[in-house]
Structure formats: C-alpha cells, structure tokens
Design a protein around this ligand. Sequence first.
Ligand code: E4P
Length: 217
Amino acid sequence: MKFFIDTANLAQIKEAHDLGILDGVTTNPSLMAKEGVKGNDAIMNHYKTICELVDGGDVSAEVFSTTYNEMIEEGKKLAAIHKNIVVKVPMIKDGVKAIKWFTDNGIKTNCTLIFSAGQAILAAKAGATYISPFIGRIDDSGWDGVQLIEEIAQIYAVQGFKSEILAASIRTPNHIVKCAAAGADVCTSPLDSILGLLKHPLTDIGLAKFVEDAKKM
Ligand code: E4P
C-alpha cells in the first residue's frame, strides 16, 4: 500500500518525506485555504513547491469548478504545472464526464467524494487513476468506512477495474491498518496518523530498559 500525506502544509510534507515512506500528497480546497494560499499564482506555485518536495510522487490538486467545460480548462492548467500533478475531480455527473476526457487525453485523475460502491464503479468506468472513498466521514455519519473499502476492493478484483483505491478522510493510525487489510492501494493520512503508527507503550518500556542495561556494559 502506498502512503500519501493529506495536507497542503509544506513542513508536514517535508517531515513525512524525510521519514522515507512518502509516495505522494493529496490536497483539497479546505486544506489549501488552511495554509492561507490565496490567488491563482500563489496556488499554482504552492502545488509546484509540493511536487518538488515529494520528488516523483503523485500530487492531487483539486479543481474548484463544478461544470464540465470549466473543470476541463482548470484541469489542463493544473496538469501543466508539473508531470506529477493528478487532477482531483468531484464525483458528480460533469465530473465523471471530465474524468473520461482527462483519461482520453493522458491526464491522471483522482475522483474525490466517493461514498458508495456505485460511485466507485462509475469512476472506474470513466478511467479514474485513483478513486477516494472518505472513510472517516462515513464513520462520522454512523456507517462503516472500512467496509466500503472492502466492498470496492472486491468489486474491482472481480471486474478487473484498474483504478487505485485511495482511502481518504483518515482519522486514526488504526484506520490506516484497517485500510491496508481491506485492500486499499493507497492511504492518504494526516501526519499525526502516520506518526501514530510508530507508537506502542511496550516499545517505549522495552527501549528504556535496553538503554539502561546498555550503560552497564
Ligand atoms: C483527501 O483526498 C480528502 O480530501 C480528505 O482526506 C478529506 O478528509 P477530511 O474528511 O478529514 O476532511
């Protein structure tokens, strides 16, 4: 399973990259706004900086528009920033049409806001490179996000769909573990969930003892 970081924060992207386990980045308009990135030039420059930081990994940049023609124009400009840009498109009717156009024109896509297996099938039919089920938001609404990953993984395996399942809206380290077991191809997580995978109290207790005993030698 590939590890993406779900942020537009440059320091956090650098920290995850320095750990040596980072395969890519996902952003969305909310994450970009959180970093105070404003204006077209600043947005384009921010994506370029992220692409250079992750050094070869895919970087999802989301279109802000919601109509077919506008999404195509916006997506072409985003894709021109860097060869690793993946155009992120919402799961709406015009979005599916736009994904098909991007696929036919050699531009990688990430279909975002996936909340059902039916949506995942449509996005795969349109040729999306990645599809993003939002598992944390599904859990928040009282359903089971990881179960959706399992269902999509089973359908894609049976049908031979090529889109990669990118588990998004990760809330905890355990979400990452469950998504890996459920068949996600990629997990995009906040830095604290990635770093949370490091933690176990018995590791801390064991290391303290080893360090103490090492002083006796
Ligand atoms: C990623 O592609 C999504 O935009 C993101 O994971 C959404 O996460 P949230 O539900 O924590 O906002």
